[in-house]
Design a protein around this ligand. Structure first.
Ligand code: BGC
Length: 670
């Protein structure tokens, strides 16, 4: 069915450019089917008529998905959420978000993938393919520069052109390859103009440069002036706003906006309606299978950060204590990405006991050691005493902790654990040195006060309704951990470029430019607690036999062998970084340009092959106003993490003279 813009009156057209409520488009007086949009990135968030959240599969957060470094799982995640959407009647999923993790304080980091644009873009692309394969549309968000929540509705993200292209646009550019049906703009101004009114951003970059021909939707209530938003090529202003009709009409009468401009937006809404109508919505997983998919992704993303004396996996026959409420019901992030699940997880204590029938697995609430326990609070003291007595003499104590609350519309105020958890660890250490700390947070945590004193750390992130199953399976070694960090963990907030600076309320300068995440730490020579791409396994992997084959001027196939040298099956994420050895412009030490996750049986060797192309070598030249690769030598570095480079090779880029800028020719006399 094709819908014609001319069949609509002016009022109907304008009504179509905004919702009729939070989630639905107008029917234009019964002439058109309506579209239903729904959040979000970590599972379906949908409300019933009374505003109560409907239950859905709580998938791991996108931050945890990123730790899988697994393209197939990104697809599976998208597909699974789309199943819920199809079942509940949503047409468009308001996900995924690909904003860059510029600061670990950002309250919404759990909704995003990584500090690295390539990893973010590739996984988002696969996620979108997965969702859309089931006949549900996506909304790639938030374009762009929404890298913290504080001040998000007013503060301008002041970002230079090169950083925009290399860091902040880049994940969108890559994800657009999957042709998301819609893109959502950001709340904040970018370089002084609201993203929702920023014609350069939406028309100039998104549509003209990146070729996006779908619908652009505003973020919820991000539009200040409806006609300016429409002129900037936003097509759908969400949610319903009673001012839209009179404002757009008045703007039309005054000649601020033309009928052609309005019709162009209406046409995009009509095209989306057609797409929704023609889509073949498919449910291919039962509810149980969706849950299993959630567990599968959680198992692949939960990341082992420390494991001294092989305290993990836990052994059958041991005497263990689990401490903390979070081992019963783990937390997730708050806001529009919150998912209400009706799945009742077994507790970690129960699951460990099931998996280790000959072990003794005790439980203690442990929240006893909270901040004011020394304040002579008798009850708390009693709890504390009981917890320490329980911990004393155990083979290991598994302690569940979390950091400052994470959610939409606010940022974390610090990156340490909550104070009561830091104290709990400190006190427990007096009674038992064999602490295994499980961190239930979804952004980098400063662990410097206790990391050296504990035996193991497992970063479970926000891994959804399958958390306890996945985690306990890893703790006992049924599942070999294979997650790796998608963001660097600094020792301290002060080690980050931004520290606690969050703008002045009007503007935030992105003075770090392209040096975000590992690009910053490596350039500044700042050591981090855990580098980007880091994660441990119960297996050991050896890398060998690097081969680089040139297939075109800037195209290469890089291949190398990985051997599982241990007697445990496991999966390894190998990462390909490229370093421009001599450059006329400032460049990062190295940048991620490829990655692969490979499953290897004990003793097995497999050859991994990764393709590099022009963009793997190019930077964004603001002088030439395009991507540009300089002739010369580039290092190809294969790493188990960004700081654990195992193999290094070299390639020479030799492009035609007319593809190169002239370079200064300098004589040195001595
Ligand atoms: C968020 C979006 C979300 C929308 C609808 C906004 O506050 O920024 O990510 O999709 O609400 O819930």
């Amino acid at each position: 069915m094709k819908y014609d813009v001319n069949q609509l009156t002016l009022e109907e057209k304008i009504a179509l450019l905004t919702g009729i409520n939070e989630w639905q488009t107008s029917s234009a007086n019964g002439k058109l089917p309506q579209i239903f949009v729904s959040d979000g990135p970590n599972g379906l968030q949908m409300f019933d008529e009374n505003g109560v959240r409907k239950s859905a599969t709580a998938m791991p957060a996108l931050s945890l998905l990123a730790q899988t470094w697994d393209k197939e799982l990104a697809y599976l995640d998208g597909e699974t959420i789309a199943n819920d959407a199809a079942e509940k009647g949503a047409d468009i999923l308001l996900a995924p978000g690909v904003n860059i993790k510029r600061t670990p304080l950002n309250g919404r980091n759990f909704e995003y993938f990584s500090e690295d644009p390539y990893l973010s873009g590739v996984l988002a692309r696969e996620f979108i393919k997965g969702v859309q394969s089931r006949g549900i549309g996506t909304s790639l968000k938030h374009f762009c520069g929404n890298n913290r929540e504080k001040g998000r509705r007013v503060q301008s993200s002041e970002i230079d052109e090169r950083a925009l292209n290399e860091i902040y646009y880049r994940p969108f550019e890559i994800a657009l390859e999957a042709k998301p049906w819609t893109v959502m703009c950001a709340y904040n101004p970018v370089n002084g103009v609201y993203a929702s009114e920023n014609k350069k951003l939406l028309k100039g970059v998104l549509r003209d440069k990146f070729g996006f021909d779908g619908l652009i939707v505003s973020d919820w209530a991000s539009v200040q002036s409806s006609y300016k938003a429409l002129k900037a090529t936003i097509d759908l202003i969400m949610p319903y706003n009673e001012d839209t009709l009179p404002n757009v009409k008045a703007a039309l009468e005054k000649g601020y906006i033309t009928m052609e401009e309005i019709d162009a937006c209406v046409t995009n809404v009509l095209k989306l309606i057609e797409k929704v109508q023609n889509a073949n919505k498919q449910i291919n997983y039962t509810k149980k299978e969706r849950h299993e998919n959630a567990v599968k992704i959680a198992k692949a993303g939960i990341t082992l950060l420390k494991n001294e004396e092989n305290i993990l996996p836990l052994k059958d026959g041991g005497n263990y204590l689990v401490v903390g409420d979070l081992s019963k019901k783990p937390i997730g992030g708050l806001g529009s990405a919150y998912v209400q699940t009706d799945y009742e997880q077994k507790t970690v204590t129960e699951l460990l006991q099931e998996k280790l029938p000959n072990a003794q697995v005790g439980y203690d609430k442990g929240a006893c050691a909270c901040a004011d326990w020394a304040g002579a609070n008798r009850v708390k003291l009693e709890y504390a005493k009981r917890c320490y007595v329980e911990a004393y003499g155990k083979d290991a104590v598994v302690v569940f902790v979390s950091g400052d609350t994470e959610g939409e519309s606010f940022d974390r105020s610090h990156i340490k654990l909550k104070r009561e958890y830091e104290e709990l660890i400190e006190n427990l250490l007096k009674y038992n040195k064999n602490l295994i700390i499980v961190v239930n947070s979804a952004s980098a945590i400063d662990m410097s006060d206790w990391i050296d004193d504990v035996k193991a750390v497992v970063y479970e992130g926000f891994s959804g309704e399958g958390t306890n199953e996945a985690l306990s399976s890893i703790l006992v070694g049924e599942t070999n951990p294979s997650g790796k960090l998608a963001e660097s963990f600094p020792y301290d907030l002060d080690d980050t470029f931004t520290g606690d600076y969050a703008g002045d309320g009007f503007v935030e300068w992105y003075n770090d430019s392209i040096f975000v995440g590992y690009r910053y730490y490596e350039r500044a020579g700042i050591d981090v607690l855990f580098p980007f791409g880091y994660g441990l396994s119960y297996s050991k992997f050896a890398y060998s036999n690097l081969k680089i084959e040139q297939t075109d001027k800037t195209d290469f196939t890089v291949s190398y062998d990985i051997t599982n040298t241990s007697d445990v099956d496991g999966a390894e994420v190998s990462q390909v970084y490229v370093k421009d050895v001599f450059s006329m412009v400032v460049r990062p030490e190295q940048e991620l340009k490829g990655f692969e996750k490979t499953f290897l049986k004990a003793g097995e060797t497999k050859t991994v092959s990764v393709k590099l192309d022009f963009r793997s070598f190019a930077y964004y030249s603001t002088a030439l106003d395009r991507w540009h690769a300089e002739n010369g030598v580039f290092e190809i570095r294969i790493g188990a993490s960004s700081q654990d480079i195992r193999l290094v090779g070299k390639v020479n880029i030799e492009l035609e003279d007319d593809e190169q800028q002239s370079q200064a020719f300098v004589y040195y006399n001595n």
